[in-house]
Design a binder for this molecule. Sequence first.
Ligand code: ARG
Ligand code: ZN
Length: 876
Amino acid sequence: MRTETPPTIRLADYQRSDHLIDRVDLDIRLDPHASRVTAVLALRPNPEGVPGAPLVLDGDELKLVAVALDGEVMLENAYTATPSGLTIHRPPQRPFTLSIETEIDPTANTKLMGLYRSSGVYCTQCEADGFRRITYFLDRPDILSIYTTRIEASREEAPVLLGNGNPVESGDVPDTDRHYAIWQDPHPKPAYLFAVVGGRLGSVSGRFTTSEGRQVGLGVYVEPGKEARADYALDAVARSMKWDEDVFGRAYDLDVFNVVAVSDFNMGAMENKGLNIFNDKYVLASPETATDADYANIEAIIAHEYFHNWSGNRVTCRDWFQLCLKEGLTVFRDQEFSSDMRSRAVHRISEVRTLRARQFPEDAGPLAHPVRPKQYAEINNFYTATVYEKGAEIVRMLKTLIGEESFRKGMDRYFADNDGTAATVEDFLSAFATETGRDLSHFAQWYERPGTPRIAVSGHYDAAAKTYRLDFRQTRPGAGADAPPLVIPVALGLVGEHGPLDAKSERVRGGVFVLDKPKDSLVFENVASQPVPSLFRDFSAPVRVEIGLSDAERLTLLRHDPDAFNRWESAQRVALRIVIEAARSGAQQLDGAEGFADALAAFLDQEALNDPAFAALMLALPTEGEVASEIGANIDPDAILSARRRLRQAIAARLCEPLFALRETLAEPAGAPFSPDAASAGRRAFRNAALDLIAVADPERGTALARAQIADATTMTDRLAGLATLSQIPGEPREIELAAFAERYADEPLILDKWLAIQAAIAEDGTLARIGRLQQHPAFSITNPNRVRSLVGVFSLSNATQFNRADGAGYALVAETVMALDRRNPQIAARLLTAFGSWRQLEPARRAAAEAALRGIAAAEGLSRDVADIAGRSLQ
Ligand code: ARG
Ligand code: ZN
């Protein structure tokens, strides 16, 4: 039997629940194989629902032990129970209680949804629909209830017992080796925010006094022995709490806030009320074990999950179509937090790189969907770059359009008007519309239309009139000619030979022109000489811009644009032009490479010491993926790799000596204490970018420098960077250092993940065989999502030439892993399969090979809904 097409759920079909659940009393008796859950649900008919409707509770792989209504055991013909649902045929048309006892096997739960065990620790993941794997329930985000949870476990097995809300009672169960804890959460919440944890855990703790005077106990729980690696996360919690008070006026609302790190986790982390559960990769950090990127990620994700306490928890989502309401908004909030903690310009560039690397390709392929999808078969496949990152860009554009002050007022109104409710995107926008008196219905189109808009711009200088006109035209690929235009904030200015020009246009307010028609023009007055337009400053809209600027004009922006983002962008654009032309022509001689390298040299000379973090980004050429996404059709990854390598050679040859000198100047003095702050991290980033280019110019010298750095490094950032540089240089030193690294960190799975990832990304023919060997290595395990992502995920996303091998062997490797994983963990399998999302843009031979691999999966029997959905949509 072939897998059936999964049923489709549509936004247009939303209906209120016919029943409400006011209170949930849970008694969870943890046991490795037979955990018992008793749920007492205080139900009542929804006054706005259908009177007398049957009560249909969701379930997923559940085993019912007993069910009682108002304390009376129910007659068997009064209900129907299957593993995937419990229906009460004629529920009372008045408030009543339903007591449900279920039994679950957390050890056998390999999907990591519902209640499961990670290295022996009991934990839960309920978003999006995992609560129904714990008990039968109205498992939908618009059912908000007050929860009380009693957790019981063997004292030996689980000395720590955590739940949502505040701890109210704990003690021993008389005459047993067991104990219990009772947690009460006063805030109504949907089931997806429910969590419990039980296990042997170490912890660090702190205190925070909120602006409202509430004393909050903070705790970060980790594997015993790793407490010292939890300090940074704990500090990030306190900084997040303070920032949300200062910037959004949002104070925390419980007496405790706990974070628990587990080693088996499908995603990054989860914002369960008062009890955030994290992938340990985003909690554990010490100078010896974590890179600067790890520190930055921990800070950002701790903040993200904490910020959900308001944007997601206090105001939640009516249905899963509104996912961007909490995710896009919360990503925007965590981006702002990181920008305030670090360098705003550097952070903005990294946000845009992520968007272009993940979201643009998604939006250009068969998996494209609106930021608010209109339909889905499997909601877990919609935790995407589009919902998260493009969703955040929409919030940012809104702020740009209405201004900082109105934005804050609108946010206050949104929180005030929707507190304790399950809201929609319309509710969000209406808070800002009310506050500003503006009609935002046109802006709302951003949530409805997939595809990255293209903005074609041309500039016309009239020397006699001293005016400069810009003509704009917007289109969206795949959209018909009559498709409504979007509202696009264009932050812009003009730059001249010697610096920014102070020309005015009446259509530009606060540096922003609003393009809301298919075509529009604006005119600047008093323009003394031919200017260069600086458009979409700070990346003011998630669009692609087509403007015929010459390299010379771009390099003028690189030198003089007051907007740091566009200085960086100008360099990226020149590099893209050179690489794309070289990939098309195959020519050895790169047209314009010298001028570009000279401009970079001049830039370094002036700025590298002032802002090394920014300089490091200037040295980073667009990735192969970005080049491919820019080309868009008939892609030959080998031609891209080779063209990009040639440009890197040319730049490295020109910059090698100055980089060597700068690297010395920026060296940390011996014995300097470690700091993960942005300035120190920026110096490390620059030194390591320099090392990489030196190794390109002179592999022998690079090898020696990299080996010395690996040996002497006092931070994981530097040691790993040495190894990464060396990984690009085939030969014995590389293999020796890789082996030594594995031995040194044999007991550190998170560090070996980095080691796996470096090897998966090597763009050489031998990588396939290497991955085959690594799959057998003790460091790898198909059961752990982090290991799979580091090896196979990185291979598919960051090794374009090997994944897209002409012989199809790269596709086969990923397809085999997808199939091997599907039965055990469909979410991870489906996520891995999205790597095929750009297959239609490949040149014909690779396109055929990728399609064959996809069809092979789609035709397999007994596929999960997750994988069937991705395979089916990819082939559409
Ligand atoms: N809400 C989590 C976050 O903060 C993501 C959880 C998604 N989990 C899932 N199984 N789909 O982004
Ligand atoms: Zn989130």
